[in-house]
Design a binder for this molecule. Structure first.
Ligand code: BTN
Length: 335
């Protein structure tokens, strides 16, 4: 029995649960239950114990962000069944890659509260203060061709957008305040970049050893460094209150698992093209393609099965734009 399982039970029941019932359910001793509850209290949960009634989880106003909290909220089959949590680490991508080399299983999640050397795309760093944001890396070992792996980054962007959309709908936010995806993988809210994804792969021709998808999401209000102030945003600003980090991470991983299972069967992004495009900020709009062979403006049409952006040039030609090779700049603020 993991103490996150007791936590999940107490949360779901919202009432007293007798020690006896917990013992019988998990087939453990009363002492083991008592110890687990004591540990949960140390983790920061407020649990009331009343003689003859049992245990009850009191309001969870203080946010707990750790392995047990994530596991207690996660309902997946293979994604996140193993979670490594770091109060502080250099970079969850680095941790994931190191453990991948040692044989860590597919689906392992590396979650951190702080990164001291958070890494962004194109060799940039990723702002990673403690207590504010989500930083996680997901280790995958998909049996696909290396050329098919870039789709995974789009699946993660879609998972994040779907999880945020659920919150936006629950909160009855106006249309303009809903999440959008800036191809290939940035999620944007209110014209500001909410998250970043860094996907790294170890492969040889025809074979993927592993893929690490690293996700950073700005959750609580914070002082961004000067160079990010014009573009970066937080979920607290977008929603008016900050969602619980573990809850949001769990929803993202659940959406990802669903998409990933389809992707493994179809090895293409075609099955989720429509849904992805429903979030695509540039669809039908003019974008500037920064092709090293020559920049040009074109209309974004959508994505193809490989996750490439399809654009129509002024002379009517349709071109596929590869992520990584060219970047697309919207002509509308950060989007
Ligand atoms: C970007 O530049 O937009 C991508 C940023 C990716 C940041 C995340 S945070 C978790 C994971 N660990 C890292 O060091 N980077 C990624």
């Amino acid at each position: 029995m993991d103490r996150s399982e007791i936590l999940e039970w107490l949360r779901d029941r919202k009432d007293y649960v007798s020690g006896q019932e917990i013992c019988e359910h998990f087939q453990v001793s009363r002492n083991a239950v008592w110890k687990a509850v004591e540990q949960l209290k140390k983790d920061g949960y407020v649990i009331e114990a009343v003689r003859n009634r049992g245990y009850r989880l009191l309001d969870e106003a203080g946010e707990v962000y750790d392995r047990g909290e994530l596991l207690s909220r996660l309902h997946t089959r293979r994604i996140g069944r193993e979670v490594r949590f770091f109060r502080s680490t250099d970079s969850t991508n680095l941790q994931a890659k190191a453990e991948a080399e040692q044989g860590a299983p597919e689906g392992t999640v590396f979650l951190a509260d702080e990164q001291t050397a958070g890494r962004g795309r194109r060799g940039r760093s990723w702002n990673s203060p403690a207590g504010k944001n989500i930083y996680f890396s997901l280790l995958l070992r998909p049996e696909v061709e290396p050329e098919q792996a870039p789709v995974l980054t789009l699946l993660m962007a879609l998972s994040i957008a779907k999880a945020l959309e659920e919150i936006a709908v629950r909160m009855h936010l106006p249309e303009g305040a809903h999440p959008l995806i800036k191809w290939p993988n940035d999620v944007v809210m209110g014209g500001r970049k909410i998250n970043g994804t860094l996907t790294e792969m170890s492969a040889e021709p025809g074979f993927v050893h592993y893929v690490v998808i690293g996700v950073g999401i700005n959750v609580k209000k914070q002082d961004f460094p000067e160079e990010l102030q014009a573009t970066a945003g937080t979920l607290e600003d977008a929603f008016g209150s900050a969602p619980r980090r573990c809850e949001l991470t769990a929803r993202i991983l659940e959406h990802f698992e669903e998409l990933y299972e389809r992707y493994l069967k179809e090895r293409s992004a075609a099955f989720c093209r429509e849904e992805y495009e429903s979030f695509l900020v540039s669809k039908g709009r003019t974008v500037r393609v920064l092709d090293p062979a020559g920049e040009y403006e074109a209309t974004a049409l959508g994505i193809d099965g490989r996750g490439q952006l399809l654009v129509r040039t002024a002379d009517g030609e349709t071109r596929a734009v590869y992520a990584g090779e060219v970047s697309v700049r919207g002509l509308y603020g950060y989007t």
